[in-house]
Design a protein around this ligand. Structure first.
Ligand SMILES: Cc1cc2nc3c(=O)[nH]c(=O)nc-3n(C[C@H](O)[C@H](O)[C@H](O)COP(=O)(O)O)c2cc1C
Length: 379
């Protein structure tokens, strides 16, 4: 299938699935345990209805949105994704460049497969940095000062990984970190020659920002200890707030009381997120958690939302329920998987054109004006 025949994000997902070895596809496509939460993310969006208003001039649709003093062309950005070059070689840079071209934020994951300095350059001033707090303070500090030197202005601290998510697909696929050549891997390489050749060309993907630190790592436990800590608390967040001079957001918030705590500590925003259903299977979809959170902190800080966005109209749904801005994870990643840099562009175009069309149909020319009045309440 050619990229221009992909009508929607799900078509790009199907295309990606056909060219990527299963263990690598599942690494991105999978969720925690039964994957109930991941499925619910998408179902919950479908359940939200917006009622169009007609006889409104929608001749000039405006999708601009302002965040932290900067105007972006679209009200969505690329969510942080770790190890994405394992999904498609060169994915990180392709997406960072897309964000530079389309004037939207690119959130570089601290677990990215490309060094944060290179991603800052590729994102051309639109890069934000996402931090995982390590069990070793010097590792955390090292990342923050590198992010400062690379001139990232916005930092997102991820809160929802006190323990690594249990992803049953990765266990079944015998996916090992650090990466090991298993019979499943060899079979996948033979069946997907394009992916294999590109991977050879780009080199084995690794967790680039920690490459030196992880050189001696022999088990997943070693990797986990370097990347995350179960002991990250509000006290630490307070220190991070004092340490980082620019806008600071906390990602992975689902409870209104946690959102209020973030506001109280002087954070500039939160990302209402369940990590795309990759952390817990039992939690609520983030779009379902949003209204109460917006009720608690709306107007006091910026509210971003991710998890389950697959259509332009999902971004309108999030806005109507109280979000200022959205992040897309897999939706844009599937594009790269389907067709490298061109596929990333195709995924962006699909979402953007769906958003423009949906705004026109809803009767709201200006994205900023989308609000609760569009919601259909009778359900
Ligand atoms: C493969 C993969 C890796 C991810 N890595 C990170 C990460 O390193 N840091 C982080 O804060 N979130 C990470 N996330 C979560 C995303 O930032 C985002 O919350 C999620 O993808 C949103 O859901 P969606 O994919 O349905 O849009 C990852 C998600 C995926 C799919």
């Amino acid at each position: 299938m050619r990229l221009d025949r992909a009508a929607c994000i799900d078509d790009l997902r199907s295309m990606a699935r056909r060219r990527i070895p299963r263990f690598a596809f599942d690494l991105v496509d999978g969720g925690a345990e039964s994957e109930r939460n991941m499925r619910r993310n998408m179902e919950a969006f479908e359940e939200i209805e917006l009622t169009p208003r007609y006889l409104v001039d929608v001749g000039d649709i405006d999708t601009h949105a302002e965040l932290f003093g900067k105007v972006y062309d679209v009200p969505f950005g690329m969510a942080p994704i770790g190890m994405l070059n394992a999904f498609w070689p060169g994915a990180d840079v392709a997406l960072a460049r897309l964000c530079a071209r389309m004037n939207m934020p690119y959130v570089a994951s601290s677990a990215a497969s490309t060094p944060l300095e290179r991603l800052a350059e590729a994102a051309g001033g639109n890069g934000w940095f996402q931090l995982y707090v390590s069990s070793d303070e010097t590792v955390t500090e090292g990342l923050i000062s590198r992010a400062e030197t690379a001139e990232y202005k916005v930092m997102i601290v991820t809160a929802d990984v006190p323990a690594a998510g249990k992803r049953d697909r990765d266990i079944r696929n015998q996916l090992a970190v650090p990466f090991k050549i298993t019979p499943e891997v060899v079979a996948g390489l033979i069946a997907n020659p394009r992916w294999s050749l590109e991977t050879l060309r780009h080199g084995k993907p690794n967790i680039a920002n920690y490459a030196e630190l992880l050189r001696g790592a022999t088990s997943y436990a070693d990797v986990q200890k370097t990347l995350i800590t179960p002991r990250f608390t509000w006290e630490d967040l307070k220190r991070l707030r004092d340490r980082w001079k620019g806008p600071l957001l906390v990602k992975g918030i689902l409870h209104p009381a946690d959102a209020a705590e973030c506001a109280g500590l002087g954070c500039d925003g939160i990302v209402v997120s369940n990590h795309g259903g990759r952390q817990v299977a039992f939690g609520p979809p983030s779009i379902q958690a949003l209204p109460q959170i917006a009720g608690a902190v709306g107007g006091r800080m910026k509210i971003l939302l991710d998890s389950g966005i697959r259509r332009g109209a999902d971004i309108l749904r999030a806005k109507a329920l109280g979000a200022d801005f959205a992040l897309c994870g897999r939706a844009l990643a599937y594009g790269v998987g389907a067709g490298g840099a061109q596929g990333a562009q195709r995924a962006f175009d699909i979402l953007h054109l769906e958003l423009i069309r949906a705004q026109g149909q809803l009767g709201v020319a200006d994205f900023d004006a989308v609000g609760a009045s569009a919601l259909t309440l009778a359900r």
